[in-house]
Structure formats: C-alpha cells, structure tokens
Design a protein around this ligand. Structure first.
Ligand code: MN
Length: 742
C-alpha cells in the first residue's frame, strides 16, 4: 500500500476541524486551546499506529470525540477525554502525564477508561467479571461510561476491518451490555444504531432481508406518511403551535424484534415508522402545548384508548419525556404518534446524561429525572459494593433491570418511588432503606394490609410495616425483583451466616486443640477438601449447623500438629450412620438401637422432651443420652443438639415416632396482623371451635395498629399444627403465622 503523507495530514486536519465545528456551541473561552492540546498529544502518541483498515489511528479518537460532542452533547472535558482515551492504554503516555497536562478530573476519567479496556475473553465468569469492572466505573464518573459507549459505537461502525471471530465477539458484547446501558441512560438513537450494527454481524441474513424490504417499500411508505402528516401539519399551523410533524423509520433491529416476538412476517408489522410532533415551546408552556397537540392529533385521527402513554407528567427514570398515542390512520392502519418539545427531543436523542450535572437552568422535570438517574446510580453503586457476589449472577441481575418497564408508586407522604414492573412491597421497603427492608413484616397498599410479597401496581400508595424482631430469610430472594433489594438481602444473609460460622470456627478450634492439631490455614484447607466445603466460611458454617460432623476428625492422623488423611473414603458421609458407629463406646445401649417414642423399644429407655425446642410428633427428632442416662429428645434443627452432637456425637441416638400417639403436646405459635377488635374472637373460634384444640394461653401485644400474638396450644402432631397455621393465616388482616422457631 502506498501512503501519501501529505494527503493523510490533510484528512486528519479536516477531521479535527469537523470536531471543533460540532463542539463549538458548547465551548467556553479557552476551551479550544485545551482541545487542541489534547488533539496534538494524541496525534503524537499514536503517530506510528494504524487501524485495521489502514488509516492513521488518530481518526478513531477523533471519531469518538465527535460522537461524544455531537450525538451525546457532552462538553469540553469529555471531548478531551475522548481524544486521549486510548493513549495511556496503548502508548507511552502515562496517567501522570495526563494529570500534569489536563488536571485531576481528566486523569480520573482516563484511568477509568484504561481499566475497563483491559478485557480478556476466556470464560463466562471472567467475562462477567469484566462487565462488572465496566459498571464499577459508573460509580466514579458517568462520563467514563458515556465515552466508553462512544468508543464502542465507533468500533461497531468500523467493524468490517476485524476478523469474523472478533466481529462476533464485539457484536455480542454490544448486544449484551452496551445497548442496554445506552437504553438505561436514555441514549435512544445510539442504542438503536448499536443494535442495528450488532444485528448486521450476528444475524446477517435477517438484517439484509429487512433492509432490502424496507428499501423496496420505501416509496409507498413515504406516500402514506405524507398523506398522514399533511393535514396534521396544517391544523398545527392554524392553531398557532410551532410544530414540526414528520415520520421516522424504526430501526431494523426493532422491526426484527417485533417479528420474532409476535411471530409475524415483515408485511404484518404495522409500526415500521412513527410520527413525531416536535414543538417549539417555551419552558413554562411545554406541557400545555403537548396536550394541545395531542388534542389536534386525536381530533383528526381516532386514538386507541389503551395506548396513551404520558411520560411528561411522570418522566421515565432515564429522563425520557414524551406523550405517546396510537391512532387509526388512513386505510385502517394503526400509527404511533410521539409528541414532545425540542428540549425533550434532545434529551430523548442524546440522553439526559448530556445535561446531567453539567448544565445549569434545569426544568423541574429535568430535576426529577436527574434525581431518578442519581438514585439509579446510587443503586448501582450499592450493588457493586457486594464484592463477593458471584459475577455471573451479578451481571444477570443487573441486566434484568436495564430493560425493565417501570411503575410509579408513592410513599404515605406522596414521595414518588419508581420501581420496575413486578416489584413487590418488599422491594418498595428496600427502596426506602435497608433497615426498613430487613424488618418488614407487611405493608398497607392503598390502606389495605398486604403481605410482603404483594406485587405493586402503578399509582399504589405504600406504607411499610416493620417489626424489630423480623429478619430476612432465603425465601425473600424469591420475593423481590430489584437488584438493590436482592443484594441487600444477600448481605444480611451472609452476615447471619458469618455469625453462625463464627460458632463453628470456635468448635473446630477447640476440637483441634483436643487433638493436638494446630488451627492453621493448612489444616483448615485439609478439612475443607475433605468435607468438600467451598470455603473456610462454608466449613465453619457446616460445622456450626451440624451438617458437617466433627466426629469424622477421628479418622485423621495428627503428625506434629498437622492433619493427615488416613481413610479419606470415610469422610463426608451422613451424620446418622457415623453416629451409630460411635455411640456405644461409653453407654450400654446396644449398637444400632433406635429409640421409638411411644413404641415398644422406647419403653426400655427413659426419655423426656427437650425444653429448648419442644418437639411434637411428626417433627424430625433425635435423642441425646444425658449423663444421668435419661434420653432427651430434640428437634434435629435445634441449635443445642447441633452443639452437643458436634462434641459428643457418640451420645446421639436415632429416634423416630411411632404411629400410635395420643398425648397432646404444647406448642407455641406466633402471629402478626392488623389490630382489630374482633381478632381474639376470630382466633379462639378457630382454635377451640373449629379445631377443638386446648389452649394454654393467648397473649396479644399491639403497637401502632399491628399486633403480635403468642398462642400456646396443645396439639397431637405437626400435621395438626400446620393445619392450624393455615387456618389462622386465612383470617383477614393476619399477615404472618409461624410456629415458634427453635
Ligand atoms: Mn478506542
């Protein structure tokens, strides 16, 4: 290839001047000097580099800067960063150099861009971890992600120069992450272009097909659009509104998505275009003018009553404001009409990010929307703080919320909370505060008491009801849909697990001491391997919970404080068998004996029920031989028995219930509900009336309209308890009924 140096120089300068022309409207005094400085530094740094296409590399940073300035409406700092975005990564220029020349803000953004460009692609989890890194930069400065999107857009536009493998890799990344992010940030036209470009490489056939069909039907479509627009434009002009009415084709990928989703042919997709009414209105008349335009549109064409969307009164969380309606056009065809002002249109095209924080004189709607973006970013930050979340899980959770439809809900004081559609009362609680989420027992939605899993609807007013005694549990993860709530719950559960693991750690430490083995990382690793625990945390937790049995340590040899495996095949078997082998050592109970409570063999051994967990027939139970020979019966999940079993496993005796049980057992039921004068009546009529059970006591404690009750009642077995609980739960106003925990 022959290179004409002079021609290349001219082309670069021309490109640079174009950038200045685009940036000019937003530039302040002295900005051109700084931009020139950045350009010259980048030009010099990249001087020996060429793109895959063969052209000088500097055209790439220039193109990225043009996208940032033009398509996103970003200012000088972003333009400088776009020009320099590949220097630290690919050239001799250091971050220190950048800091010296352009200051701390530019250096920080370049640092973020450099960090996320180091992407490798071995496995799914490494990939996910990289996406996580990209998102992490969101929390520093939103401009990092905006420039990254601009970078990606230019790389997508010039993807032809890449190998097929790279094309597919880059295109799928774009669909996976960059298009959804652009959507979330309100960069609608960039999102559309990214999706179209990606589809061109990943679904080439379909892309070409639709593009060809769009081209061949263009004439008819334009005629239709003209027929539709002309009378509308005339009416707008007559009314005195300054309106521009025109048709806009929808993107190829969005048409393809419709075809797939509705399983229809190209010909049957009715909205291959949308009509836009863009109004030139002063700020204070924006809303009024949009509704006037709406009235003109619907006077002319009949609207579908179900397809009115008012994103002016309630802008989307990404700042999108517009009035959408679908009307019946000529020839019985549905046509979507989007009505908004010039300002709203700019936000819709370039994203609120362009205005976000870097512009003065904002409207009220902009402020609201900015608050929404700010709170979204805050959620992202919270989410990212969870270092030990599995990255794949993380990215899936995160992606889910990028495209979600939104609902508008309100606090009792009328404060707006935007949540994804499908969000529950518990999501709402976590959106207010973690402490509130963690202690939620129910909610009042529009003054009606509902459970924490109640799915909220648009316009709901939600009051969260909490109790100091409430704690999150695993089930909650299935109740919430927002990633914020999910990560908060996971945090709480992990915290809980850590606490329990701490007990296991102490147990193990004591046990190792007894065995004269050291409590060292090496020994813990040996044990983690043997017990197949994923981490030391899991090991300690398993020991505390009794799912890992310390008795098995007897099968290890201790040499100079180090644990050595003797019979690895014996380790990790269920506790029950293990226990039976061992218990005979110090008692005279025959090997393989089984305590059958109320049955024949039980008469041979004296037993009593443990007070700590109050087992009743039907519960999973085990016996523990106490020093005086008495066998204590515990529920298997009881913390005391887990502790005892881990220390004195040989004193455990397998226990089961016989079918013939008659005595009544005392059990405790806790319930929570809305305070109501008749509640005691309702409770007693079910317990004593319907179920004919004997109550020992009933006590209710009321606090701010919510009561917590404790009922002690005699039952035959756990079936009966479960039946009782189900019946109590069915009472209106009762939110939670549980058997007292062990
Ligand atoms: Mn780049």
């Amino acid at each position: 290839m022959e290179i004409n140096v002079e021609a290349e120089k001219q082309a670069i300068l021309k490109d640079y001047r174009q950038l200045l022309r685009i940036a000019r409207p937003r530039m302040h005094k002295g900005d051109d000097k700084r931009i020139r400085h950045a350009f010259e530094l980048a030009l010099d740094a990249h001087k020996h580099m060429r793109r895959k296409s063969g052209e000088p590399y500097i055209h790439h940073p220039l193109a990225v800067a043009k996208i940032a300035a033009g398509d996103m409406g970003l200012g000088t700092t972003s333009i400088i960063c776009a020009l320099l975005h590949d220097t630290v990564e690919d050239t001799e220029v250091s971050l220190e150099d950048i800091r010296k020349e352009f200051g701390a803000t530019v250096a920080k953004i370049i640092d973020g861009l450099t960090k996320i460009s180091k992407i490798s692609h071995q496995t799914e989890s490494i990939q996910a971890e990289n996406y996580r890194k990209i998102l992490l930069t969101l929390s520093d400065d939103i401009r990092v992600i905006l420039i990254k999107i601009a970078d990606r857009l230019h790389n997508m536009r010039t993807l032809d120069g890449q190998s097929r493998k790279n094309q597919l890799k880059i295109a799928s990344e774009t669909i996976y992450l960059y298009a959804p992010l652009s959507h979330r940030l309100g960069l609608y036209s960039i999102k559309g272009e990214l999706e179209d470009l990606a589809m061109k490489y990943t679904e080439t056939e379909q892309y070409k097909n639709i593009a060809n069909k769009l081209e061949s039907t263009k004439k008819d479509r334009n005629k239709y659009i003209n027929d539709f627009v002309r009378p509308l434009q005339a009416e707008m002009d007559k009314s005195g509104l300054k309106a521009d009415v025109f048709g806009r084709p929808k993107s190829i990928s969005s048409i393809w998505n419709k075809m797939r989703k509705k399983q229809v042919e190209f010909e049957d997709v009715y909205d291959k275009f949308a009509i836009r009414v863009i109004l030139d209105s002063p700020m204070e008349r924006e809303k009024e003018d949009c509704w006037r335009a709406y009235s003109i549109v619907t006077d002319k064409y009949s609207p579908s009553p179900t397809r009115l969307r008012d994103w002016i009164s309630h802008p989307k969380a990404n700042g999108y404001e517009s009035l959408h309606t679908t009307v019946m056009g000529p020839g019985g065809q549905w046509v979507e009409v989007q009505i908004r002002t010039k300002r709203m249109d700019e936000v819709a095209e370039k994203g609120l990010a362009a205005h976000f924080k870097y512009k003065e004189n904002k409207t009220k709607a902009q402020n609201t929307a900015e608050e929404a973006i700010e709170s979204w970013l805050m959620q992202v930050r919270d989410f990212l703080k969870n270092q030990d979340v599995n990255p794949i899980e993380f990215i899936n959770d995160f992606k889910l919320q990028l495209y979600q439809k939104e609902i508008y809900t309100f606090t009792p004081k009328g404060e707006l909370k935007i949540l994804p559609a499908g969000a529950t009362a518990l999501d709402f609680a976590y959106s207010i505060h973690t402490n509130i989420g963690d202690t939620t027992i129910g909610a009042k939605v529009n003054n009606k008491l509902v459970s924490i899993s109640h799915v909220l609807a648009n316009g709901d007013q939600v009051e969260i009801i909490t109790s100091r005694k409430q704690r999150p549990n695993d089930d909650w993860l299935n109740i919430v849909t927002t990633s914020r709530a999910k990560s908060k719950i996971k945090n709480s559960l992990r915290e809980e697990k850590r606490k329990i693991a701490e007990e296991g750690k102490e147990l193990l430490e004591r046990k190792l001491n007894q065995m004269k083995a050291h409590f060292t990382n090496d020994n813990i690793n040996v044990l983690s391997n043997l017990y197949k625990a994923a981490s030391s945390l899991d090991l300690f937790y398993g020991i505390a919970k009794g799912t890992l049995n310390l008795n098995e340590l007897k099968q290890l040899k201790v040499v100079g404080g180090h644990l050595e495996i003797v019979k690895p095949e014996k380790i990790g078997r269920p506790k029950e068998e293990q226990v039976q082998e061992n218990y005979t050592e110090e008692s005279d109970i025959p090997k393989n004996a089984e305590l059958v409570i109320f049955g024949e063999s039980s008469s041979q051994f004296p037993y009593e029920f443990a007070k700590c967990c109050n087992p009743i027939p039907g519960d999973d139970v085990m016996g523990f031989i106490s020093i005086n020979g008495m066998i204590k019966i515990h529920r298997t999940g009881c913390n005391n028995i887990i502790n005892l079993a881990s220390k004195y496993g040989y004193r455990i005796i397998k226990t089961r219930w016989t079918a013939k049980t008659t005595p009544a057992f005392l059990t405790t039921i806790k319930l929570v509900g809305l305070d109501d004068i008749g509640i005691i009546n309702k409770l007693t009529s079910i317990i004593s009336g319907e179920m004919k059970l004997n109550m020992q006591s009933i006590s209710l404690e009321t606090n701010e309209g919510i009561f917590e009750g404790i009922i002690k009642v005699f039952v035959k077995d756990n079936n009966q308890v479960n039946k009782l609980i189900a019946k109590l739960k069915a009472i209106d106003g009762i939110t939670s009924v549980i058997r007292e925990e062990i």
